[in-house]
Structure formats: structure tokens, C-alpha cells
Design a binder for this molecule. Sequence first.
Ligand SMILES: [Fe+2]
Length: 261
Amino acid sequence: MMKLLQLTDIHLTAPGQLIDGHDPIANFDRALAQALTDHADAEALFLTGDLSDLGAAADYARLRDRLADLPLPVHLLIGNHDHRDVFLDCFPECEGDGGFVQHVVPLSLGHGITLDTWGPDSHAGHFCETRAAWLAEQLERLPGPVWIFQHHNPVPMNIPPMDGIMLLDAERYGAVLAPHRDKIAHIFFGHCHLPLSGSFHGIPFSAPRGTNQAGWADFSGSDLYATSDLPPAYSVIFARPDSTMVHMVEFGYDGAVRRSA
Ligand SMILES: [Fe+2]
């Protein structure tokens, strides 16, 4: 059995600055501390983008400090709130093929692939021909199973403001994945700040709420983003050669937990 952790949309910002009434630094610290205590046997941690709220160098430096002494490998991805060049100035080792923040990660039961869906001057996700060719090459050569990590959702949520900033090149992305669906165990993403699950070309996907601000599933058709005070969360992933189980752990919940025989 292989255990992985996914934290997403940490949105680090200046100390003391709240986002939607919540403190991203305090929440990230709480999430990290709880995840590492409760899941000391996890073999890797994936941070799936929106590492900084404003793509600021100080936030990346703050993140680098916090990750310096962790007892497990951490794999960083960028999201729409990040700035690729500023991020890579602070984390030069994260630059992958073609200058993208994309990598193949060996795991005990197969491989992880981290994708870069960032694009300039846009909150939407991008997956250009260059990235498509790179991913196709990896999927061709890897034996599987493969667990894919990315920031943007490839499937619309049916919530208008979010659907305008989903992965815009989902058709191109799907064309790359579809021939290899048998070796792709799961797709993990963030971006939506809502717990989601479903499938894309027959490949299961999931997303946790995020470690700070929480969304609200508003199906009214409004063009406004809806947020809430639901507890922040991260994902714990239990993978076996033929199965993947994903828990969304609401670490920010401060209420009672009752146990009974
Ligand atoms: Fe976000």
C-alpha cells in the first residue's frame, strides 16, 4: 500500500493578511502539522498549485523555509495565482523539461506525473502542444500505474465563473490521456476550492477543498464567485496496484468527534 498526501490552494500571502476571513499561513501550518503527524508513513506530499496568492517572491521564500526540514519528498505545482518565473527563481530545482513545472516522480507502486497548467495573464488553465507532446511521451514510455497531479480541472463544474477558468485545452489534454487510460489510476487537481469527484475519458479524478478559503457550490447561474466558511481540508490517498482511495480530511473542523462501539 502506498500513501500520498495532497494539499492544494494554500494561497500564502503576507503575515496577518486574511483571505475571505481566513489566515492562509496559519491554515497551511495547521494542515501540514496535522498531515505529517497523522500520516508519518506517507511517502510523498503533492502541493497542487496556488502556492502564493499573488505570485510574490516573499511567499515562495516563506514556503521554502517551511518545507526545508520535512521528512518526506515534496512535489510542487503551480496554479493560476502563482507566477512561474518568480516561483522558479525561488525553486530552480522545480524547472522541468521545456521550462515548465512538470515532472515524472517515481513512486513505490508506479509513477506520479505533475503537470504545469499555468498560462500568463489568465486564471484559466493551459495545456499547449509542447506540454501535450511531453505528456504523451511520458505516458508512452511509463509502464503504469500512473497518478497525475495538476492544478486546473479538466471537466466543467457547471458553475459559470469557475467554468470560465477551467483547463481551456481540455480537448487536447483528453486526446493525450485517452489512449493510455488503462495505465492512469487517477487525476488529482485543485483550483476549485470544492470537494469534487468524477471521471474524464473514463479516468477517475478528485479534488479536495483546499487548505484556506472554501468555495460554495452555487448552481444559480450567477457570475459571482461564492465562498463559505466550511472547514479547510487536504487529501489522504491510499493506493494499491489495483485501487485508489481518496479521503478529504477537514483538518479545520473544531467540533466534536464521537466514537462508539
Ligand atoms: Fe486557488
